[in-house]
Every structure is written in C-alpha cells, then in structure tokens.
Design a protein around this ligand. Structure first.
Ligand code: AMP
Length: 291
C-alpha cells in the first residue's frame, strides 16, 4: 500500500488489500462507489469518479489494463499509461482507494473460467473484436467479486459494454448496482478516450465528424424522419465525407436489447464506430422519439 495525491488515495497492489479496505468501509456502515478503469485518466473517467463520490460515502477505483480483452493484434503493450498522474486525478476527484494490481496478481493462474454474455455481444464491438466482451465480462465479474456490494459506475461512451455489464450483474445476481453516466466530450464534440492520443493532427481534426453525424441524426428524427435507413444514410454520408475516416458500423438500435431497428420510435440508441488510421473510435447518442 502507498499513499498518493496529497495523501488522500490509498493504492492497493493486492486484491486482498483492496478487498479488506472496502470491507472495512462497509463494516462502518458506509457505502462504496466503484469506478473500474484501464487508467490514463481523462475527464470522462473523472466524471464517473465524481459521481461515485457524490452518490456514496467512499469512492474507489481500479486501474488495470486487462489483457483478456485485447486481441493479439491490438494495442495491449502500447496502451497509454501514467500511474502518477492517474493517482493525482483520482485523489482530486474524491477517490480514496485504488486497486492497481499487476497481471500476475489478477491472473495468478491461466484463466479457465470466463464469463460470456450472449446476444447483445454479437454485433458491433463484438463483431469487430470477437473475444473482447468475454474479456470485459470476466474482468468486471472478478472486480465485482473483489469489491463486494457497491454501486459501480460505467460510461455511456462504451454503450454496448455498459449493456453487457448491466446484464451480467443482473443475470448472475451480483450485489452491485450498475450506474450509467453521460459521455464527456472535448469542446469540439469529440468523445474523450484514452486512445485519442494515437490520432495524428489530421485525424484529430476529422474525428468530431462522428459526433456531428450523430447530432445530424437526432436533428433529422426531431424533424420527423422515421425511416431507419434514411437515418443510417446520414451517418454513412457524413463519415465518408472525411477522407481520414473509414466507417466500421453505423446503426440505430433498441436501447435495451441493442437489436437493429427498422422503425424509429421509443427508446433507441445510435451507435457509430470508425477507423482513423489504425485507431478505432466509438461514439453514440440517445434517440428518444414517439412512434
Ligand atoms: P476505460 O479506461 O477506457 O476502460 O474506461 C473506463 C470507464 O470510463 C468506462 O466505463 C468507460 O465507458 C468510461 N469512459 C471512457 N470515456 C468516457 C467519456 N468520454 N465519457 C464518459 N465515460 C467515459
């Protein structure tokens, strides 16, 4: 255990130490708000931490780049890291305990037990990254098991991930209330992401096209457009206007089941992903309309 951020954050490198600290919090009758992250924190992560600190007596976080959710071809070894800065930001956001285990601490043995969530993982990120959600669900199940009863905060930025985590916690009766939090954006609309540091200047300049495309869909739906294909075309055209961007998927889906919609109406979500060079960026927006 070490202390950082003006002595306010306790860093736990062991699972046992973090678990014991949270048990002590609950034993004294206080509630725990937990924010799992892969570190390299930005204002999106900080917003989750602040929410956890506001809604609970004690806010805690984890910083762990989870190898299980990266494919062999992905950026595991180069994923950006800056622990000292992360601990400063965590402390400022009101976090009191951080779990920062190494890979051997989290996975002392080869993993034989994994968690897989059906149907809602099939499309979108699941199609692009076949093993990804099993890796996410498995590490989040471990983290929930380590943290114990708490509220856990996830960003709508990774909308499909939020749906997967919610469903896993409900299906497996985990004593964790999953709370979704709004997307934090840069001033030009680009959703904050640890991976934005990979963008070249030209790619960074083009990247707000994703948010603009989503806003154009919301505007069209508000003006009465009820044809899902027409809304999809708006996304495709706006993104293909950018020579730096290559569209991966663009879809209007049911907000709960993530099934692609043929008709616009009710609670839906517009999901978008595109490549900017070797970097894949995701974005999404709520679409709430009357039939
Ligand atoms: P990561 O470190 O990328 O695994 O993200 C940790 C958590 O922060 C996840 O719940 C993400 O959805 C959330 N998050 C990442 N970017 C944002 C953002 N721009 N706004 C809100 N939440 C975010």
């Amino acid at each position: 255990m070490a202390e950082h951020g003006s002595g306010r954050v306790e860093v736990h490198e062991t699972v046992a130490g973090f678990r014991a600290a949270l048990e002590e919090v609950r034993r004294s009758g206080r509630t725990v708000g937990f924010v799992p992250t892969m570190g390299y924190l930005h204002d999106g992560h900080v917003s989750l931490m602040r929410e956890a600190a506001v809604q609970n007596d004690v806010a805690v976080a984890s910083i762990f780049v989870n190898p299980l959710q990266f494919a062999a071809s992905e950026d595991l070894s180069t994923y950006p890291r800056d622990l000292a800065r992360d601990l400063e930001l965590s402390g400022e956001a009101g976090v009191r305990h951080v779990l920062h285990p190494d890979v051997r601490e989290m996975y002392p043995e080869p993993v034989l037990t994994t968690v897989s969530v059906a149907t809602i993982t099939r499309l979108f990120e699941g199609a692009a990254r076949p093993e990804h959600f099993a890796g996410v669900a498995t590490v989040v199940a471990k983290l929930f098991s380590i943290a114990g009863p708490c509220r856990a905060y996830f960003g709508e930025k990774d909308y499909q991930q939020l749906a997967v985590v919610r469903r896993m916690a409900a299906d497996l009766s985990m004593p964790v209330e999953v709370v979704g939090c709004p997307i934090v954006r840069d001033s030009d609309g680009l959703a904050l992401s640890s991976r934005n540091v990979y963008l070249s200047d030209a790619q960074r300049a083009a990247a707000p096209a994703l948010h603009e495309a989503l806003e154009a869909v919301v505007t069209a739906a508000a003006a009465g457009e009820r044809n899902a294909d027409a809304l999809r075309s708006i996304l495709v055209e706006r993104v293909s206007d950018e020579s730096e961007a290559v569209l991966d998927y663009a879809e209007v889906v049911d907000a709960l089941t993530l099934e692609p919609a043929s008709v616009i109406g009710g609670e839906q979500r517009v999901l978008l992903a595109a490549h900017f060079g070797s970097t894949r960026l995701l974005d999404n927006v709520a679409l709430v309309t009357h039939h």
